[in-house]
Write a protein that binds this ligand. Structure first.
Ligand code: PEP
Ligand code: MG
Length: 598
């Protein structure tokens, strides 16, 4: 008979790679958020005592969070301590407190039950949110609630500060409070059951440079404390108790990746140009100011996409004009003389802010989102635009509007921008009157009318992540149809070529800022189609630079011309495989996806 322990030898599981790097270490289990709640009815004379018990748990939770905050010593970790303030604010939230007290009083239930009822209600408001960033606001609420539950039930919090040795933290979920109080010198990596690439754990671990795999679903049920783990924060692979052979191949892979990373970093300061002298511009996609330094050291020549959704997170109110201004000003100054392209709010639905809740959307990906939301909620939009404009004299800023679907939409957005400009001019507040305005091309209708759109804007930026989703009707976050998500689909290549031609004819610059730009092979194809500006995650810049410096533009143009002859992505890839094998035999293993290696 197979024993449980045997089952866990060399077990491979795959989650979402959230922060790259390969590490091995012993598992340290953090028991979190899996407490069974006692549900009890109480007598009328017990009500007031129960209310007091609830309020004491709230006070104790506040005290603990303040203490955690005070104990943070490392300055890099301190930068993230604002999340604890958000949690403290939630503990002051009257909706959370009053609702729970009402439940205790009216339904005559204990505090645990009452709080659970409050959470259920708040949860249903959050449930319909499609935007990954905003869904995370719900986890803040749960982190806080879990702390209150533990305090109500007298459960001890694991003392994470006492972790010794170098371990991989395994948890159902990690709250920012958990992460912030860990001694990061003892943490080799993070593994969690839930979360996505933009969950707190993911964002924090990326900025702290700690490898992480999230969204594994079964990690806490399969892994036991002390198990030896290998985690690959890029691919999302986790191996539980690897055999010696697997472990050795892991050490080899790690060495090779380290070597290649060091090797490709040498390319960071070199110009991004082909062997026959075609110069292109490689920029970085970032979402936090702290990433600017990393972008520069990886050789970015500007910020091609500054996603602004993070600004609206981790807070109960909306960012003020001053909040926007301060961040964009610092961004512009820190990347100067290069350009920073700031994308206005690209929110996935309008239901994230209770005040703006308009009910459920059956199809949020096609709902009131991004520029549609901004045009509807003009005050939120104008506040952001004023912040951007006020920051514009401090560097070179471009404004980028997301999810533009046609001419009317871009005109409306520009009209609002003009109104904001007039207001600033009247108030004698300086701003760049010629600030370039661009449209994201990520909806098929925008691509098809790109010749017309090109007359309305100063530049285009193709967002392939969404473009592929909408053009092929493949939900970009649905794993059941991910096999259909194909950047090399002939339709995608044709759409991109068409948009490039429109931009060329109108004489406006065109960039690409979707994930396609981070793939060395795709970059070559995009280059062959005439793109010269690529924005990607900073880490990919050196390897893209390296590959660009190895090819001749003329040969790539021929290659791409050939690719357009094939009717299917499979044939395109088959041809590419042959080309890569012949042209880059040495780089095959590292620069090209698995399927092109054999
Ligand atoms: C895109 O859609 O390609 C893009 C860059 O934007 P996001 O991934 O933020 O939707
Ligand atoms: Mg997009």
């Amino acid at each position: 008979m197979k024993t449980f322990a045997q089952e866990q030898v060399n077990k491979f599981i795959r989650g979402i790679g959230a922060s790259s790097g390969i590490v091995s270490g012993r598992a340290y289990m953090l028991e979190r958020y899996k407490v069974r709640l006692p549900q009890k009815r109480i007598n009328p004379w017990q009500v007031e005592e129960e209310v007091q018990r609830f309020l004491r748990a709230i006070e104790e939770s506040k005290r603990q969070l303040r203490e955690i905050k005070e104990r943070i010593l490392s300055p890099e970790v301190r930068e993230h301590a604002f999340i604890l303030d958000v949690h403290l604010m939630i503990l002051e939230d009257q909706m959370l407190i009053q609702n729970t007290i009402d439940h205790i009083r009216k339904r005559k239930v204990n505090s645990e039950w009452a709080l659970d009822l409050t959470l259920e209600r708040l949860d249903s408001a959050f449930k319909t949110i499609e935007d990954e960033y905003l869904r995370e606001r719900r986890s803040d609420l749960h982190y806080v609630a879990a702390r209150i539950f533990r305090n109500l039930m007298g459960k001890k919090h694991d003392d994470i500060t006492k972790i010794r040795g170098k371990v991989i933290i395994v948890a159902h979920d990690l709250s920012p409070a958990d992460t912030l109080q860990m001694n990061l010198n003892h943490v080799a990596g993070f593994v969690t059951d839930i979360g996505g690439r933009v969950s707190h754990t993911a964002i924090l671990s990326r900025s702290l440079g700690i490898p992480a795999v999230v969204g594994l679903e079964v990690a806490t049920s399969l892994i036991h404390g002390g198990d030896l783990l290998i985690i690959d924060g890029e691919s999302g692979d986790v191996v539980i108790n690897p055999t010696e052979e697997v472990y050795r191949s892991f050490v080899e892979r790690k060495k090779r990746i380290r070597f290649l990373e060091r090797e490709s970093l040498k390319y960071a300061p070199l110009p991004a140009e082909t062997r026959d002298g075609v110069r292109v511009c490689l920029q970085a996609n970032i979402e936090m100011l702290e990433e600017v330094q990393g972008a520069k050291s990886h050789g970015a020549e500007g910020i091609g996409l500054f996603r602004t959704e993070v600004l609206y997170l981790n807070r109960k109110d909306l960012p003020t004009e001053e909040d926007h201004y301060q961040i964009y000003r610092k961004l512009a100054e820190s990347i100067y003389p290069a350009t920073a392209t700031i994308r206005t709010l690209d929110i996935g639905g309008d239901k994230f802010l209770p005040d703006y809740s308009k009910g459920n959307e059956a199809n949020p990906a096609m709902g009131l989102r991004a520029i549609r939301f901004s045009i509807k909620e003009t005050e939120i939009f104008k506040t952001q635009l004023r912040g951007i404009l006020r920051a514009s004299p401090y560097g070179k800023i471009r404004i980028l509007f997301p999810m533009i679907s046609g001419i009317e939409e871009i005109r409306k957005a520009k009209m609002i921008l003009e109104e904001v400009k007039r207001g600033l001019a009247k108030a004698k507040i300086p701003f760049d009157r010629e600030i370039p305005v661009g449209a994201m091309i990520e909806i098929p209708s925008a691509s098809v009318t790109s010749d017309l759109l090109a007359r309305e804007v100063d530049f285009f930026s193709i967002g392939t992540n969404d473009l592929i989703q909408y053009a092929l009707a493949v939900d970009r976050i649905n794993e059941h149809v991910s096999y259909l998500y194909e950047p090399l689909h002939p339709a995608i290549l044709r759409i991109i070529r068409m948009v490039v031609q429109s931009a060329r004819q109108a004489g406006i610059p065109i960039a690409i800022c979707g994930e396609m730009a981070a793939d060395p092979l795709h970059v070559l194809i995009l280059l062959g189609m005439g793109l010269e500006e690529f924005s990607m995650n900073p880490v990919s810049i050196p390897k893209v630079k390296k590959i660009l410096r190895m090819v001749r533009y003329e040969e790539i143009k021929d290659l791409v011309e050939k690719l357009f002859e094939f009717p299917t992505a499979m044939e395109i890839k088959r041809y590419l495989r042959g080309w890569v094998k012949e042209r880059f035999p040495d780089e095959l293993k590292t620069f090209f996806p698995e399927e092109l290696r054999t």
